[in-house]
Design a protein. Structure first.
Length: 118
């Protein structure tokens, strides 16, 4: 099982990016799918999360600017990032809980760099 993230890049302040993360491999189910960011020199922190039930949460710093969504048929989670600020510069990682039908395990994607700069 692996997560493949894409969509990072460089953008000016106020711009937008859309990140995607697809789960692939041999698994029974995927439950929570979420996005973390790790700014330069800082610890990794949760940005947004979505449960298979539809429940969603956001970090206070991105509320009203970022939108997380998922396509369960494609086992893909998205992060639409609008009104980007220099403080959003970070490596963004997707994370998911997957099951083989017996137990649940966490898995991380490889990270995609987002740079917000003028």
């Amino acid at each position: 099982v692996q997560l493949q993230a894409s969509g990072g890049g460089s953008v000016q302040p106020g711009g937008s990016l859309r990140l995607s993360c697809e789960a692939s491999g041999n698994f029974f189910a995927v439950d929570v799918m979420d996005w973390y960011c790790q700014p330069p020199g800082k610890q990794r922190e949760l940005v947004a999360a979505t449960h298979s039930s539809g429940a969603i949460m956001y970090a206070d710093s991105v509320k009203g600017r970022f939108t997380i969504s998922r396509d369960n048929a494609k086992n893909t989670v998205y992060l639409q990032m609008n009104s980007l600020e220099p403080e959003d510069t970070a490596v963004y990682f997707c994370n998911a809980d997957w099951s083989d039908g017996v137990r649940w395990s966490p898995i991380w994607g490889q990270g995609t760099l987002v740079t917000v700069s003028s």
